[in-house]
Design a protein around this ligand. Structure first.
Ligand code: PLP
Length: 379
């Protein structure tokens, strides 16, 4: 157990180093064997990762595949949608989406002929309210991209409510679940959303490079991903140049030779989350989150996350006092083996399975020295 509060960046679990080493070393043996069993074994490892992901989000067989990261998963999806879902329409996103996805969408808007509409913050607020997102969401929205949990405030959207509105508007509804999956229950089983993009290295405790894309099976059959290749086919060894055919499931979003290593390195984390159960992980996380909120109130610091548990993901963000330099605070904490980070004056605290029970108290004892009580919070 440690004083680790960085699950919003890299998640970890007891025994991670040993289990990842064991998985990678077993894979090294398979990959280096001087026989012809490498690819069947490697593809089975990747499939085990996909199946673990399906189990985490309740997705049916054939609806999930891998991507390098969230940004590429979104690009594959957008490039696969029937053109009439986007052409001449608005693509709705909130100002607190993950910036990488906004960079991508802004860059491809012209080519796919959609207007990127970004729902703004209210003055002085740090997350976009669900009601404001809904107010912008009319029938000319071809696609809406939700962010399950924001990486800067931990604000959690009401997926049911937003998706129900999206269905009424006839939009494709997608969601980036990167910051919530593994610490807050999430499921696609009720067909609430049309697609999901995510990666595995945060609360799911995996490695980087282990992105995923889920597409609702009936939408999937209408998609013809422009990023395609031999692995998009039912049979990758069908090499007749005039006979390309998309696979009948999520494999159509594959393209060239798939990456295997990220799946191998991530599976122990996913299996740990599945075995422990998201409800138990959440209960443990909430205990620490409540302590953080209590201490922050005692110090008179502004809490930059929703205080209602149902509107928050796994992190609690605090606004640092204007009298302290954020990087200096993070360094001073690091010197005491307390690990967290800051985006501007927003300090991000994400307690998880390896964060000791006493870590929150120790963090605040340290903070009381670094930024004594009475320091005023930044506006
Ligand atoms: C909400 C959210 N989405 C996406 C990402 C990562 O996107 P990518 O995998 O494209 O780097 C992060 C990383 O912090 C995130 O917090």
């Amino acid at each position: 157990m440690s004083r680790y509060f960085l699950f919003h960046s890299i998640g970890t679990f007891p025994g991670k180093a040993e289990q990842m080493s064991e998985a990678l070393s077993r894979f090294s043996q398979i990959w280096s064997a001087e026989d012809d069993g490498q690819w069947p074994a490697a593809l089975a490892e990747r499939q085990a990762f996909i199946d673990a992901w399906r189990s985490v989000i309740g997705a049916p067989p054939g609806s999930v595949t891998t991507a390098e990261n969230v940004t590429t998963a979104l690009f594959s999806l957008v490039g696969g949608l029937p053109a009439n879902r986007l052409r001449g329409k608005r693509l709705l996103v909130a100002a607190d989406c993950f910036p990488s996805l906004h960079f991508l969408l802004a860059g491809i808007a012209r080519r796919f002929d959609f207007v990127l509409d970004t729902v703004p913050f209210r003055p002085g607020e740090a997350w976009v309210r669900d009601e404001d997102f809904i107010a912008h969401w009319r029938e000319d929205v071809g696609l809406a991209l939700l962010t399950f949990v924001s990486s800067t405030t931990s604000h959690r959207v009401d997926v049911e409510r937003l998706a129900a509105h999206g269905r009424a508007m006839g939009s494709v509804v997608g969601i980036d679940i990167t910051q919530g999956v593994g610490v807050v229950p999430f499921s696609v089983a009720a067909d609430t959303v049309d697609f999901v993009v995510s990666t595995s290295l945060k609360w799911l405790c995996g490695a980087s490079g282990a992105g995923v894309l889920y597409v609702r099976p009936d939408l999937l059959m209408d998609c013809q991903p422009e990023l395609r290749g031999w692995f998009s086919q039912e049979n990758p060894f069908s090499w007749d140049l005039d006979k390309f055919h998309y696979a009948g499931d999520a494999r159509r979003f594959d393209h060239g030779t798939p990456s295997i290593l990220a799946s191998v390195a991530s599976l122990p984390g996913l299996n740990w989350v599945i075995a422990r159960g998201v409800d138990a992980i959440r209960a443990n996380n909430l205990e620490a989150a409540h302590k953080i909120i209590g201490h922050a109130r005692d110090l008179g610091w502004k809490i930059a996350s929703p205080v209602n548990d149902d509107e928050r993901g796994g992190s609690v963000m605090l606004t640092l006092p204007s009298t302290v330099e954020p990087t200096a605070v993070i360094s001073a904490l690091r010197a005491e083996a307390i690990y967290c980070d800051a985006r501007g004056s927003t300090m991000r605290l994400s307690p998880g399975a390896v964060t000791s029970e006493s870590a929150v108290d120790e963090l605040f004892t340290a903070l009381e020295h670094i930024a004594p009580k009475g320091s005023s919070t930044r506006a």
